[in-house]
Design a protein around this ligand. Sequence first.
Ligand code: GLA
Length: 391
Amino acid sequence: MDRENVQRRADLVARAARSFEIMFGEAPAIFAYAPGRVNLIGEHTDYNDGFVLPCAIDYGTVVAIGPAASDQLCAVASDYGDDRDAFDPNAIFVSQKTEWKNHVRGIAASLAARTGMIQGANLAIAGNVPQGAGLSSSASMGVALAKALVEHQQITGLSATDLALIAQQSENAYVGTACGIMDQLVSAKAEAGAALLIDCRTLDTMPVYMPEDLIMLVIHSGIERQLADSPFNQRRAECEQAAKYYDVPTLRHLTEDRLIADRGELDDVVFRRAQHVVTEIARTEIAANILSNGDIAKLSELMRQSHLSLRDDFEVTMPAIDDLVAMIGKHLGSRGGVRMTGGGFGGCVVALVPKDQVQPVMDPVTANYDPPDGRPVRIFQCLPSSGARII
Ligand code: GLA
């Protein structure tokens, strides 16, 4: 781990500790941490039971936790001016106007449903995953919260996969995002130095080690979005519609041959959604096989195809993101790969770049890309990091 990374995490812990102490007048007992993620390839395939290849990054969320004097769960959010919430964790979930509160209440409700009673606790949250960037700030917060509560209340018998499922349940049932399992599972289970191939049908995972000389650059387009109010849920419904049409349980079960052969009168939009998913699942499996053996030219081509499929068939890219990808792709050629990453409708571009090309890639982006939010372009150099842990 490099120095900057250690310092960044220490700042986060200090921030969570500070908010905790101001609010509760004592030091927390435990700190839990869970990372955000960048998805290398396999977009919109998780909720279709397909493959995904995300990588945990060295940006995440710290939750400081300690005992409470009452049965209430009292939470303070360092990133929202120490805004606070207090509620009975075993009472029925009541939706709040402020989204961070729904995440906390949703995790408590999902954990209580899985394990029985939750005790009261005090907790403080601090995160540094850019929000609305498609880097899973909410999954990182959900998994960190679940990890903190489980550890603090000494709940036994829950695996990293269980923590991920609890965090996903919280998003699906309480926050209102019909997300798949990718973000939470990689945040809970990633290994340092590796991306994680996830089979979303079985939830089996396999670390795929990143070649040392390949750097992950994440470039923020400046277009922020929240999944809960993007057409994300609509895309998921279209995929389900396609699966129903082809009479398969999920699009994972559809082959490229059948996709074409049995197309019949299927609506063009729904067909294209299915075409993206079926081809993307195939690309992801190949990408996982070639990433660790360093066939960068092939990886570059797979990432290029993935982006075009997300642009033309799944229709979740934005013109500014297409421009960024084109600009970086033109420079890199087959020396590296670039594509949009995450749910789409804004957010970030991921580029896998040989070490000696980092500066030559960043310079033209900094000089020529004009983010629509008017802020200077933000570029993050991310390290493949390990998943949720107590620190
Ligand atoms: C969001 C969701 C994930 C996944 C991606 C798209 O990040 O939370 O479950 O569906 O979009 O690949």
